[in-house]
Design a protein around this ligand. Structure first.
Ligand SMILES: [Zn+2]
Length: 219
């Protein structure tokens, strides 16, 4: 399931100049995804653009027009700005343990899509994800973690409990990223309308901690 699907994913992403008011000056979903891919290649190669992150050196105070929203894990090793070599102002980021879809995060993604005009929403899991490992543990033992910790485990369970016996942890991590991407589409009519019109694409992928590379998945 972790096999690279980059070309197929790109082919499935609609090419649109955008038709909503907020998308008038934004890029197409396909262009947004290519930006992420090129940025990840720079990151893998250590070929960072050498951006100056000082607020005095850029213009974030004048407003923002991010081209992509990222839902990813809170893991300290998964920083989207570094994974995609992006300066402040480019990525709208929502993070929690296990990159799960819940109400506040979903509302935040709606805001990014509807008000800020991002062209792509990427759900980004990662190898060695402790939240998915904990979920697999709960499924094995039948014991749920305590209050609050169970809030992400219970949202990952539907993604992995249908996998065949003997699946790998990477299979579970990929399945969770795909499942959460589908949850965004299924639960937000605002976002679903934008994907239907071609202004927005939802993709999913897994960030490899060892390689630094993002492998895109079929959502
Ligand atoms: Zn994680």
């Amino acid at each position: 399931m972790l096999a690279s699907a980059s070309a197929a994913v790109l082919a499935a992403v609609p090419v649109s100049a955008g038709s909503s008011a907020t998308a008038a000056t934004s890029v197409s979903p396909a262009t947004a995804l290519r930006r992420l891919e090129r940025g990840n290649t720079r990151s893998v190669n250590g070929n960072f653009k050498g951006k100056n992150y000082s607020p005095l050196a850029s213009t974030p105070a004048k407003g923002q027009q991010p081209f992509a929203a990222i839902l990813t894990c809170g893991d300290s090793r998964t920083d989207p700005d570094f994974i995609f070599d992006m300066a402040p102002g480019n990525l709208f980021v929502v993070r929690n343990a296990g990159n799960v879809v819940e109400s506040v995060g979903l509302g935040s993604l709606e805001f990014a899509a509807d008000a800020l005009g991002v062209s792509v929403i990427a759900v980004l899991g990662h190898t060695e994800c402790g939240a998915v490992i904990a979920t697999e543990g709960s499924l094995t033992t039948g014991d749920m973690p305590g209050p609050h910790l169970d809030s992400f485990v219970e949202r990952i369970i539907p993604a992995v409990e249908e996998l065949p016996t003997g699946h790998s942890m990477n299979d579970a991590i990929a399945a969770n990223a795909v499942y959460q991407a589908r949850q965004i589409q299924a639960r937000s009519s605002t976002i679903a309308d934008m994907t239907a019109s071609g202004d927005l694409a939802i993709v999913s992928g897994v960030y490899g901690l060892a390689s630094g590379r993002v492998t895109w998945l079929q959502t």
